[in-house]
Design a binder for this molecule. Structure first.
Ligand code: GDG
Length: 462
């Protein structure tokens, strides 16, 4: 069996529960094959030389964790700059938030070259390499330039934007050409594959060969959708553990006379949290029976706080929640409970189960795992209703949710009202079908399907 090598910006010890679902899923294949996980150590070396970084290696069971330090200058241009001020906003259709500072791309290339240079000596001839996400798009091209012939797959966790938006990135052609150094590109949704195809045909003047194979720049690559899932069984088990049960009981007691609506997100502008709060305000305005009753709990965990746009969204949200509470709050009822902190993982399922409505309404999202976690946590006998943005990758799979356009405040408010009033038999039948789908295509299915496809994809590199 070939050894699996995973490369991603951050690395986690798959044995630790805090590592999260993805780490656990990848960890399984890494353990089985005595694999290697390679990425940034999280350490920034102030005044360190650019293009250099110390490599650290440690064993986590059978898995080798290899991590690299980055100099301050490399970190700031590669991670904060190009990854989070160019690729993240543009790939989420937010050209207005992009900063095309010419210095960023140099640091992005340099960090990817550094990753490649440090990784090559650790590789074996028959390794299978799986690179993750937008931080590392050019990694395979750098590895190929250093002579790597191994099979290399890439998974993009965020959406691929339409051709015309992609074209706004000054280096768009270089980025797309870099993707052709992989053997397999995995996207979250069919729509991303369509965006890729249009770019290849219209911008790169390449060809679609059928069976998800594409040719451009004298290379052939397969590009398919592999919607990422969650570990449904693990999440369901977590729902029945003590912490989640306690959380559920507390919430049910506290809100016994009320209906709970729940949002859980990183505080990111792509997640549409202000739009959600505005829709909730419209619900209270248009359907007064919800006053003193419906309560929105919004957990917005801190993220990327050194990037300016994240400070802006925080201020916007704080003022909006304050305004709704000021306008509609009563001495014994506050409409919005906004929490700008990370809630412990073990409590999340209990919170989800207590909520009559799960609000997952990003403006754009690669997949959105909270939608799947909300469904997995429900009581099948009396499940809550998922309100899901049509612009989340999850909407392609989760058709039985109530799909909304989060830009349409009025329409979203109407749909929340529909969710609050949905009869039990309809809630049950929608939930049953959603649960079945996320079970069939869980995170283990995702990992296996991607890796099986990567092993079998025709490759010209031997
Ligand atoms: C990227 C793509 C894609 C959130 N707040 C808390 C908390 N969370 C957990 C959720 C969920 C995870 O974080 C977030 O996952 P998402 O999928 O929603 O989003 P991103 O972080 O943006 O991830 C996304 C994903 O990659 C996977 O491919 O789905 O589209 O953007 O698991 O539960 N967990 C805890 N406390 C919190 O306060 N414990």
């Amino acid at each position: 069996m070939s050894r699996l090598v995973v490369v991603s910006n951050r690395v986690a010890d798959p044995r630790k529960p805090a590592a999260g679902g993805l780490a656990v899923a990848l960890g399984e294949s890494l353990q089985q094959t005595g694999g290697l996980w390679f990425g940034w150590s999280g350490t920034i070396v102030e005044d360190g030389p650019t293009g250099e970084g110390e490599l650290h290696q440690q064993q986590a069971g059978k898995v080798t964790l290899a991590t690299l330090d980055l100099s301050r200058e490399d970190h700031d241009s590669y991670y904060l700059g190009y990854s989070n001020n160019v690729l993240w906003p543009v790939f989420h259709d937010r050209l207005d938030l992009a900063n095309f500072d010419a210095g960023y791309i140099t640091g992005y290339r340099r960090a990817n070259q550094l990753f490649a240079r440090k990784l090559v000596p650790l590789l074996k001839e028959d390794d299978i390499i799986w690179v993750h996400d937008y931080h590392l798009i050019p990694l395979a091209a750098e590895l190929r330039a250093m002579g790597c012939k191994q099979r290399i797959g890439f998974f993009l966790h965020i959406p691929l934007p339409p051709q015309i938006i992609m074209a706004a990135i000054p280096q768009h052609e270089w980025l797309m050409r870099s993707l052709f150094a992989y053997d397999l590109i995995g996207f979250q949704a069919q729509q991303d594959v369509q965006h890729f195809e249009r770019y290849v045909l219209n911008e790169a003047r390449g060809q679609a060969l059928g069976d998800d194979m594409f040719r451009a720049w004298n290379n052939t690559v397969r590009a398919s959708a592999f919607p990422i899932g969650i570990d449904v069984d693990e999440f369901a088990a977590l729902t029945h553990a003590k912490e989640a049960q306690d959380m559920y009981t507390t919430m049910k007691r506290e809100y016994s006379q009320r209906r709970l609506l729940l949002g859980i997100d990183r505080l990111d502008y792509s997640k549409g949290i202000p739009n959600r709060v505005r829709a909730f305000r419209e619900l209270l305005a248009n359907y007064p029976e919800n006053r003193r009753s419906a309560t929105l709990i919004q957990i917005a965990s801190p993220t990327r706080e050194t990037v300016d746009a994240y400070g802006d969204i925080r201020r916007e949200l704080e003022s909006l929640c304050g305004a709704v509470n000021g306008d509609y709050g009563e001495l014994d009822w506050m409409p919005v409970r906004y929490i700008h902190r990370m809630v412990a993982r073990k409590r999340v399922p209990g919170l989800c189960r207590a909520a009559a409505v799960g609000l997952v309404t990003p403006l754009r999202d690669g997949m959105n795992l909270v939608a799947k976690e909300y469904v997995a946590a429900q009581d099948p006998a009396d499940p809550g209703v998922l309100v899901l943005s049509r612009f989340a990758g999850a909407a392609e799979q989760m058709k039985e949710a109530l799909l909304v356009n989060p830009y349409d405040t009025h329409g979203t408010a109407e749909t929340i009202q529909q969710a609050l009033q949905m009869p039990l038999d309809e809630r049950r039948s929608r939930h049953q079908r959603l649960l079945q789908r996320i079970r069939d295509q869980d995170v283990h299915w995702w990992r296996k399907t991607f890796l099986d496809t990567l092993k079998n994809v025709p490759s010209e590199r031997g």
